[in-house]
Design a protein around this ligand. Structure first.
Ligand code: ZN
Ligand code: ZN
Length: 853
């Protein structure tokens, strides 16, 4: 089974362009594989999104004037479930609107029963392996969400602030040091001043005591290698309880820690009577004012720096020391590195492999506990009688050691703990081995690059540890969607384009197609609403082509019998353009297949677009019009049959990209088709006969027809006017081809009479076009202003001369001839020859025009 698990959207989520792109890509993959005959599972579901959902529910409560504490844990969690029932469906409805062909009856939720069991089983496995422990460490604390968050959940925002220079007098009265800080309020928790051991300026101070202003305390001056002598004054304050680096400095020097900020983000009594109870910002103002009064504020500089904020509520994060549950990641590291290094799991685009491996090399322990109420409560119980800790999958009744009562741990698990199990838990783990055998590992994961660490890496680690098997073979990391000005697309910035509005205005197919054709592998793409006209215009083109066929089918035997054309008409009945179309569509199909197999979705879209719009609509349907409107019944049926075959193939190739319009048109054109298009067999082009010679011939004719059209356009020949065409060529085959296919020129270039051969001479008053070594003459006396034509040729001459000069310069460059590959040099030489020939022809033509005037 070809399995894909959806990255579960948050139940707080709304479909944004990133979702639209990622889910379109997954839908393309699964539709393509389904048509190729694979058994396909696209596993859908949603994520409970701990912090995000808790925030939403708290906001709703705040509107009623309540906090979660007013409700208590149980009632609050009930409200979260109710919220999920009410709003958690929205994102799923939006995915359906986008046409996602998930196996919807298998939809899962990270907190449903089976997944909760998986979470408990995994937790117990890690705990029993000794990998889960409790410890006091510096964590990122969000005072708003009232929980710790992991390093990966901190977002850094550049903020304009100040750097305050504060004087700390020496206790012995022999002077003082100036320290620079962005957070003066934390000085109340300082327990040392540090300088670099090699910093000459401060050498005499090391080992002395400094007075900490505003507190009456004294601090040791210490020397530490980690101090950057270039930052600020080169002397820094050390606040072990509120700065991660200082925390480590304190550990190296055995310094005490003073907690002056509490979990609410307020100053503690430890900060002193004047400051206790203030918020950190209030305290900052007060401290700065007090220092100023004492004359200890040396200067205040403007300073912009990155401030860590909570990724869910954007409150400034406080580094605080706190008792937390941790997971030792070291046993998970090696297998998760090996499976990527060996290529068993590959990243697309390839450059993400390095990003992943670099991060894994520096893997730190994971703070898995969250002080939230919404989420998976840890399956861990404390016995207050004997101090025992019990970890079980099933809730235990009493302490197995002393028989005492048990109290479940208050912390819930980080949301990503359950997300990390997603490919396992949705596919049968830990209870359904048979199911798991069938469905796991999955084939490919498509996701956003910004969650490689948070999610992708953790799924690989969980899969390797709990199942000894990778969760997926390929990881496709899709492009980032940006706003028109290159900024992040975001609703709060007002830069977002809402996919639902695009669907309303342009249609789902247009949204999907535009997203895919514009986004290359792993690059970022700028999007704005107008760009979706690309998809809409294409959808219209496809619709009109199908309608044209349907109109012509009416009254044809093909319409009465089974309009599902089983096989191509006999070879002998085919016209040149039929063979050209069949041959080029066969190649197109192979190329589209190859592009989809290699995750080059934009290339697949571009190929189908060009094949449909240009080859099929602009050329083939135009070339067969004389047959469709002509008297020859047999020729008409053949043209229709080939056109239908072409349309069927193109609808198939387009289906994964534009599922709605293709399915609809397929049923209208082929009412007797044995199955829906979405489950019809993919055609890889192998069964389509190739006619290489005919393809070349039609391409040459197209080139000449385009040359005639260009001249007509440039010379202002009225569209309805019929012209005579003379083709001068030494190529006898080409001359014969032009003569036998005179109908093409009549039909597509308004040419009523044609002559071709080496002996052709330019008549008086004829315009000239040059296509390679072929010259085309259009006698235009009486239709065209020759003085204007002279101008045109002069301009053309100047252009060709310029191009020729460039090529000659390049070829004269010894460096280029030495370094460029032989093929490139040969290509340039051929170009020179061609341009020289064009130049000569144009010069002759100019001379002739001047003759005529
Ligand atoms: Zn927060
Ligand atoms: Zn006990």
């Amino acid at each position: 089974v070809f399995t894909v698990v959806i990255p579960p959207p948050n139940i707080t989520g709304e479909l944004h362009m990133g979702h639209a792109l990622n889910n379109t890509i997954q839908d393309i993959i699964v539709r393509f594989k389904r048509m190729q005959g694979h058994k396909v599972l696209w596993q859908p579901g949603t994520d409970h999104a701990g912090i995000a959902t808790q925030n939403k529910v708290e906001q709703a409560l705040a509107a009623e004037g309540l906090t979660r504490h007013d409700l208590g844990r149980e009632k609050f969690v009930e409200r979260c479930w109710a919220w999920r029932e009410r709003y958690g469906r929205e994102i799923v409805e939006q995915l359906r609107l986008l046409g996602c062909s998930c196996d919807w009856e298998r939809e899962r939720f990270t907190m449903d029963e089976g997944l909760s069991r998986a979470v408990r089983t995994a937790f117990k496995a890690y705990y029993d392996a000794g990998m889960i422990y409790r410890g006091a460490r510096m964590v990122n604390w969000c005072p708003r969400c009232h929980t710790s968050i992991s390093d990966l959940e901190v977002e850094y925002e550049e903020q304009a602030s100040h750097l305050w220079h504060i004087r700390y007098p020496l206790a012995d009265g022999s002077g003082g040091l100036v320290v620079a800080t962005t957070r003066p309020e934390t000085m109340l928790g300082d327990t040392a001043v540090a300088v670099h051991p090699e910093d000459e300026r401060y050498r005499p101070f090391v080992g002395k005591e400094a007075e900490l202003p505003l507190t009456g305390r004294t601090l040791p001056v210490i020397a530490d290698e980690q101090v950057d002598p270039a930052f600020g004054t080169g002397a820094v304050k050390v606040t072990p309880a509120h700065d991660p680096n200082d925390y480590e400095t304190a550990a190296r020097h055995g310094l005490v820690s003073r907690v002056v900020i509490d979990f609410e983000g307020r100053m503690t009594p430890e900060a002193g009577a004047d400051y206790a109870g203030l918020t950190t910002l209030e305290c900052r103002e007060r401290v700065v004012a007090d220092l100023e009064k004492l004359g200890l504020l040396v200067k205040t500089e403007d300073y912009s720096h990155a401030v860590g904020t909570c990724y869910r509520c954007h409150q400034t994060v406080e580094p605080l020391v706190s008792e937390q549950w941790w997971m030792d990641m070291s046993p998970l590291k090696e297998p998760a590195i090996r499976v990527v290094e060996s290529g068993e799991v590959s990243f697309i685009p390839e450059r993400w492999t390095r990003v992943y491996l670099d991060w894994m090399a520096n893997l730190k322990d994971w703070n898995i506990g969250r002080q939230l109420w919404w989420g998976h409560r840890m399956p861990l119980w404390h016995c207050d009688s004997c101090g025992n800790i019990v970890v079980e999958v099933e809730t235990p009744e009493r302490c197995p050691r002393c028989g005492g009562g048990l109290r479940q741990e208050e912390d819930v698990l980080d949301t990503w703990f359950s997300s990390a199990l997603w490919p396992l838990s949705t596919l049968g783990w830990p209870d359904d081995e048979a199911e798991l055998q069938k469905l796991y590992p999955t084939a490919v994961l498509s996701t956003a690059p910004d969650i490689i660490y948070l999610w992708v890496a953790r799924m690989i680690m969980s899969g390797m540890h709990l199942r000894a098997e990778k969760p997926f073979s390929h990881v496709y990391l899709h492009a980032t969607v940006l706003a028109q000005d290159g900024r992040r697309m975001s609703k709060s910035l007002g830069t977002g384009v809402d996919p639902r509005e695009v669907i309303g205005e342009y249609g789902t197919d247009a949204l999907r197609f535009t997203l895919v054709i514009l986004t290359g592998q792993g690059q970022s793409v700028r999007l704005w609403e107008d760009r979706f006209t690309v998809g809409r215009n294409f959808a219209n083109k496809v619709w009109n082509a199908a309608r044209f066929l349907a109109l012509n089918l009416a009254g044809s035997p093909l319409a009465d019998a089974a309009p599902f054309v089983a096989s191509l008409p006999d070879d002998r009945e085919l016209f040149l353009e039929d063979r050209w179309l069949i041959s080029s569509l066969g190649r197109l199909s192979a190329a589209v297949t190859e592009a989809l197999e290699s995750y080059r979705f934009n290339e697949a879209a571009r190929l189908v677009y060009d094949g449909f719009w240009h080859d099929y609509c602009d050329w083939y349907l135009e070339l067969i019009k004389p047959r469709l409107y002509g008297e020859d019944k047999k020729a008409r049926e053949t043209a229709l049959a080939v056109a239908l075959h072409g349309m069927r193939l193109l609808l198939k190739l387009l289906h994964p990209l534009m599922p709605f319009i293709t399915e609809e048109l397929y049923h209208r054109l082929f009412p007797n088709a044995p199955a829906d298009l979405m489950v019809s067999p993919w055609e890889e082009g192998g069964d389509w006969p190739g006619y290489a010679g005919d393809e070349v011939n039609v391409e040459r004719l197209k080139e000449l027809i385009e040359a005639v059209r260009n001249v007509r356009g440039e010379m202002g020949v009225p569209p309805g006017a019929k012209v005579r065409l003379l083709v001068k060529t030494a190529d006898a085959d080409l001359a014969a081809l032009v003569r036998t296919q005179a109908g093409y020129f009549a039909n597509l270039a308004g040419v009523e009479e044609i002559e071709a051969g080496p002996e052709v001479r330019k008549p008086k008053g004829a315009a000239v076009a040059v296509a390679g070594r072929v010259e085309l003459y259009l006698p235009l006396t009486g239709v065209v202003d020759f003085a204007a034509e002279r101008e045109r040729v002069r301009k053309e001459l100047a252009k060709v001369r310029e191009r020729l000069a460039k090529v000659e310069k390049k070829l004269a460059d010894a460096q280029f001839r030495q370094k460029a590959p032989a093929g490139v040099v040969r290509g340039e030489e051929e170009k020179r020859e061609r341009l020289a020939a064009e130049l000569a022809a144009l010069e002759r033509h100019l001379a002739q025009i001047e003759d005529m005037l």
